[in-house]
Design a binder for this molecule. Structure first.
Ligand code: KG4
Ligand code: ZN
Length: 336
């Protein structure tokens, strides 16, 4: 079964054809990052306009690269929530138009379940149940994946998402948006023990995250140094920050897996591209005898393949939308 997946929730216009949820026949991503970089972050109005300009070409290219026409497609999956409302609307409207024109079923996909599904593409042996750490620019969740379409959230961030924290630290030290990748690169040259940065103390759910204290500690270090006319070693600062945020993400995930009896952990989302997070989680999983999965780098950030993959599982579970489907900016993943 071939699904066309369409994704436009933030600053990538993406489309992909995936067969049976796992075999990627094409994966086209038109990134707007270079334009948003000029403003230090995503400008929603610009994102919507670029999606509208690019979506037709991106979908055409995805079909062409997969050697398909719409006649060979069995269903159209589209990200409808959560994300920037104007950006989401472009993908949703385009997908609805295609579905009405062709009579193909339309499958609404939640962006976070899409990120979770990225692991089925890169790791075809992965099967629920398992524990997922989903870390992106907008989300930081520990999720029990009970089935391909059934979830229970056990941990979430109280403030910034992990990706946001990377981006804000990067911005403070003068790296361009989005800064996660630059911080990761700088970390490889730095000493992770150079700065002692705080781990959060959170009351309530022990699996919840909070990154604002860590972010503020880095910002204060940078500002205090600049007021004293001192130059910080930014490679060391990045390495220390990356080590700390990796420890926070990994310790909570391992604790949740141990407490809840999971033996398999999968990480996904833009921040799952981070070399420190991947390494530490892989090491800790090995220590605890857990199986560890992560997506290939090209499926960590936003892409259409993860939407087509989840679209397949949602289709099998009977999820359908009609022309009344609307985009929704804020919507938690549906829990059982
Ligand atoms: O999943 P994604 O592409 O978009 C959202 O759904 O938000 O995630 C984007 C986030 C950005 O904050 C970006 O800085 C971060 O992922 N990111 C990274 C790395 N590559 C991307 N963060 C840390 N290390 C990386 N190598
Ligand atoms: Zn995303």
């Amino acid at each position: 079964m071939k699904i066309l997946g369409i994704e436009s929730s933030c600053d990538e216009t993406a489309a992909s054809v995936v067969e049976d949820g796992k075999k990627v026949l094409s994966n086209i991503v038109a990134s707007q990052v270079d334009e948003h970089k000029l403003y230090g972050g995503v400008v929603p109005e610009i994102a919507s306009r670029r999606h509208a300009e690019n979506i037709h070409m991106v979908v055409e290219n995805a079909l062409r690269e997969a050697n398909c026409t719409l006649d060979n497609i069995d269903a159209i999956a589209v990200t409808y929530a959560p994300g920037l409302i104007g950006a989401l609307l472009v993908g949703v409207s385009y997908a609805k138009g295609l579905a009405m024109d062709t009579g193909l079923p339309l499958v609404p996909v939640h962006h976070i379940s899409g990120h979770i599904a990225a692991n089925y593409i890169s790791n075809p042996t992965l099967k629920p149940p398992y524990l997922a750490l989903v870390v992106s620019g907008g989300h930081s969740h520990i999720v029990e994946v009970l089935d391909y379409t059934k979830y229970r959230i056990v941990g979430r961030t109280r403030d910034d998402a992990a990706g946001e924290c990377f981006d804000k630290v990067a911005r403070t030290i003068g790296y361009p948006y989005p800064g996660g990748k630059s911080v990761d690169e700088a970390s490889k040259r730095g000493n992770p023990e150079a700065f002692q940065l705080p781990h959060p103390r959170i009351s309530g759910s022990e699996y919840d995250f909070s990154f604002s204290g860590l972010k503020t500690a880095v910002i204060n270090l940078v500002h205090n140094a600049s007021q004293r006319g001192e130059r910080l070693n930014l490679d060391d600062l990045c390495a220390s920050f990356q080590k700390t945020i990796s420890e926070i993400l990994v310790s909570k995930t391992i604790k949740a897996a141990s407490d809840l009896g999971y033996k398999t952990i999968a990480v996904s989302g833009g921040v799952s591209a981070n070399s420190g997070v991947r390494r530490l989680l892989a090491d800790e999983c090995e220590k605890h005898g857990f199986e560890f999965f992560c997506p290939e780098l090209k499926y960590c950030g936003d892409n259409g393949a993860m939407i087509a993959s989840q679209g397949y599982f949602d289709f099998l579970a009977g999820k359908r939308a009609d022309e009344s489907l609307n985009a929704v900016a804020t919507m938690p993943i549906t829990e059982v």
